[in-house]
Design a protein around this ligand. Structure first.
Ligand code: IPE
Ligand code: IPE
Ligand code: MG
Length: 247
């Protein structure tokens, strides 16, 4: 039986987040410049998004560019931004046809204007779609997001729009970029690195983690299906005992 057939549709995670890592090392292994790895990585994005749609996943967040990634060599940053513009403009119609709704998290204002404009167009084109919610994390870092949330909460308290006593988990959820999106139950990172790299720190408080040794350009929808089958074998206890869960 294929991994896809093994997926239990009754026990699907609502939201999967992926740290797409390893493009540079993939390029190095193939004696190519790093940018070539990023280009190949786009094919993995396309395949994985298609796979997510096939199994009826509701939310998929892809970590595409971190706040820290701005510190990479200028040539690589420029090439990544150009790749983003080209990919969004090329894929927007296909996403729309497949009922995918595109959104972003991160500091979108820090992106070059052509990039931001292309994104805004694709977001508004797909905003009424009811299938997969594809969330691109761009110029995103969790600490940045939390700082923004703290600033905005403080502002609302100072302006008497909120009392300090009202601040709870739900309020914090509402001040994050991911407002309205359920927390990911499952986080995947490729390339064999075992770290979170400033991604969704608040939101993954209870996520199941899976680290794949595959480099991102080698990752395909079958790998996603296999990961989901793995996820479905786990017991999520949320602090309870196994006996409590299974009674
Ligand atoms: C992930 O691949 C893509 C981005 C961070 C933009 P990397 O570029 O980090 O690839 P490695 O980790 O150097 O192999
Ligand atoms: C994390 O990958 C960010 C993205 C995948 C966009 P990095 O390659 O930037 O992470 P570190 O620096 O190795 O932790
Ligand atoms: Mg990396």
């Amino acid at each position: 039986m294929s991994y896809k057939e093994q997926i239990d549709k009754q026990n699907m995670p609502n939201h999967i987040a992926i740290i797409m890592d390893g493009n540079g090392r993939w390029a190095k292994e193939h004696n190519k410049p790093r940018v070539y790895g990023h280009k190949k990585g786009v094919l993995s994005v396309r395949d994985v998004v298609e796979g997510a749609g096939e199994i009826g996943l509701k939310h998929l967040t892809l970590y595409a560019f971190s706040t820290e990634n701005w510190k990479r060599p200028k040539l690589e940053v420029t090439a990544l931004m150009q790749l983003l513009v080209n990919t969004i403009s090329k894929e927007a119609d296909t996403l729309n046809k497949n009922n995918v709704k595109l959104t972003t998290i991160g500091d979108i204002n820090s992106l070059p204007s052509n990039c931001r404009n292309e994104l805004i167009k694709a977001i508004s084109k797909t905003e009424k779609n009811t299938g997969l919610n594809l969330i691109l994390a761009l110029s995103y870092s969790s600490k940045w997001e939390i700082i923004e949330a703290v600033k905005n909460i403080s502002k609302d308290v100072l302006e008497d729009k909120m009392n300090i006593e009202d601040i709870d988990e739900n309020i914090i959820d509402d001040y994050l970029n991911t407002k309205g999106i359920p927390d990911p139950e499952f986080l995947i990172r490729t390339s064999g690195e075992h770290r979170i790299s400033n991604f969704l720190l608040w939101q993954i408080a209870y996520a199941e983690l899976l680290f794949s040794s595959k480099l991102w350009p080698d990752y395909r929808k079958e790998d996603l299906f296999e990961a989901i089958v793995n996820y479905q074998k786990r017991e999520r206890r949320f602090g309870l005992t196994s006996e409590q869960i299974n009674k």
